[in-house]
Design a protein around this ligand. Sequence first.
Ligand SMILES: [Zn+2]
Length: 323
Amino acid sequence: MDERLKQQQPVVYQTLKNCLEHQRLSHALLFTGPKGTPKLETALMLAQSLFCEQASPFGCGQCPACQRVLKQEYADLVILDGTKKSIKKEEILSLQERFSKTAVEKKGQKVYILHGAENATTEALNSLLKFLEEPQSQDITAILIVESTDRLLPTIVSRCQILPFRPVERTLCEKQAIKLGCTVTDAWLISHFVKDPEAVLALSETEAYQKAYAGFELFLEHIYDLSRCMVELQTDVFGSKSDAKEVLGYFIDCLTSFFEELACGLEDAPGKIKKKAEKVKEKELNLAQIQIVLLETKDKLSRPYNLTLVSDQMMIQLMEVIG
Ligand SMILES: [Zn+2]
């Protein structure tokens, strides 16, 4: 992990390395950066470095302590996940209660990670602020993870050492995903909307993405006669009960990436994609208008709309634009 971090996030890597080597690590850190940057992985790596007996300065990754951190089974590590549901005041209070006692493990360090801290309730953030303000014992380290600091109280932000994560450059992410075993086409396509090589590979293996990709191929195949693939798209691609929303989301991501690159001539696209594009280039397309339809549809996915209606509407709008 630390080699990967060194390559992808050199500034974060160097800062943490210096702080650990000189034992000048802040007791409250704020990791901020777009989705797909390895913020949680880095937080876990930092926790390992504080718990590992052989840290130099990063955790070895192999010893029982390091392994238990990865499995999130280390007793003095608490992770609250706000990425799926918001973090509540009670959770912060019980964390505070637990950390007021001496550490369970013999290393004596305690770490808590608030993943998606911006999704904490206002009451929770106020409790957190009090927790951060109180003179903490030297052995507690807080790591807050957010995509943006906008929704955090400025008083919380000002108490933290901020480490900004930059999005990984797309082509680097693509190359690394291929090295990990991702196909050339998937790596190229997915690296447009996922900024972490391992996450690119993981997504390429999901059923939801594979359905979306099949839909993407079908779409390009029939781009000037979309009514012909409408039924197939609705039943085989967007029609599944369990993951329809995800599939539609990835389908839109694939199309958005494709049309974005089409506008620049698909220079670095893999052969398979270029081949599909040959048909598309035959006619002038209103690319800006297509992107607007895709963007608006993507936006609707985050709200409680009827999915069938949303995908129907998208297809009809696209047919109108493409003509
Ligand atoms: Zn270790």
